[in-house]
Design a binder for this molecule. Structure first.
Ligand code: ZN
Length: 346
């Protein structure tokens, strides 16, 4: 009951990359960088295990950014000439690479860190990748949409990425990963398109997987642009209302959502029917450490709409841009809060 997991990313140590940044510069290159990535991955596996979490991740220590880390291994993308593009419906500007030719994987993307993590934890291992719709929203297209209706261009490119994600996901499963999670913050932005084709593209990415599949849908990292955007969303955040019914009918088994300190009405969780629900009980936009009581209260609210055996306690989003000490404390709070909830609601 109430197993614990993080959404995905964790802060990079200062000797690996710049801190408190979404697109940090690496501090080393070549073999030295590879060793630093491995060391940071092991450090965070140990920290998650020490905290007592049930599902362990690599903390995304080997990728610069949760979307672009995948794209670096894709042929057909020009990484040399990045352009500035408004992403998440122009919420903020990002420097993005450009799609200029048919997409193909250059080889394995995440073999190094997935195999390393698998060799160093006996607990369930979750591995995260960006979802197709979110990738489409984080790259400039000069190929798939040419001469087409813009929506059709996005769909075609999303399914092209979904094929590549599927290829890597099947290989990660063979590496011994137990849970493959796709991150789709774009589902909370392009509500109609998410329900129309976003979920189908996601299912294509997960096709043929026999391990547990998951999707994470959030209101973004705790950065200023997102915090400002959230203030415009009113008292009730009903974005999940559009996409959850489509997800309920899908093949995806687990859904990760934002809850604590959000204005998401808890009854949204009922729309997920028989899915496992990763309930966000840790705020990633605040440095304040949640108390076990606050976490158990959040779990209690979710229990009105999610059965005990399907509730997983999770963070609202990744912790990448936070301070390392704060993140460590939040991991411990997550485990302690779930333990209290087990006593309370057993
Ligand atoms: Zn997130």
């Amino acid at each position: 009951m109430f197993s614990t997991a993080i959404a995905g990313s964790l802060p990079k140590p200062e000797w690996l990359a710049e801190t408190n940044k979404l697109w940090p510069k690496w501090q080393a290159e070549g073999d030295a960088l590879l060793r630093a990535k491995a060391d940071a991955t092991l450090l965070w596996i140990k920290a998650q295990e020490d905290a007592g979490l049930d599902v362990i991740g690599d903390g995304e220590q080997s990728r610069q950014h949760f979307v672009h880390g995948f794209l670096e291994q894709v042929e057909g993308i020009d990484f040399e000439n990045k352009v500035t593009m408004g992403i998440r419906n122009n919420r903020y500007d990002a420097q993005v690479p450009q799609v200029i030719a048919p997409l193909r994987l250059k080889g394995r993307v995440h073999a190094f860190e997935a195999q390393l993590a698998r060799a160093h934890t006996k607990k369930k291992l979750k591995f995260t990748m960006p979802g197709p719709m979110t990738i489409v929203d984080t790259v400039a297209d000069h190929f798939y949409g040419k001469g087409k209706d813009p929506v059709q261009g996005r769909i075609d490119m999303a399914f092209a990425f979904a094929d590549l994600l599927n290829q890597e996901a099947l290989a990660l499963q063979a590496d011994g990963v137990d849970i493959i999670q796709f991150d789709e913050p774009a589902f909370n932005v392009y509500l109609d398109e998410a329900a129309d084709w976003g979920v189908k593209a996601l299912e294509r990415a997960a096709q043929g997987l026999t391990c547990t599949t998951a999707v994470h849908i959030c209101y973004g990292y705790g950065i200023e642009a997102n915090n400002t955007w959230k203030k415009t969303l009113g008292d009730e955040w009903r974005q999940y209302e559009k996409v959850f019914p489509a997800l309920a009918k899908s093949s995806i088994k687990q859904v990760s959502l934002e809850c604590y300190h959000s204005h998401v009405p808890p009854e949204m969780m009922a729309l997920l029917k028989d899915k496992d629900v990763m309930v966000g009980v840790i705020d990633v936009a605040s440095e304040e450490i949640e108390t076990p009581e606050q976490i158990a209260d959040t779990i209690g609210k979710a229990l009105q709409f999610v059965p005990k055996h399907r509730l997983i306690a999770c963070t609202n989003c990744g912790l990448a841009p936070m301070g390392r000490d704060v993140a460590m404390k939040k991991l411990q709070a997550l485990a302690d809060g779930a333990a209290l909830a087990r006593l309370r609601y057993a």
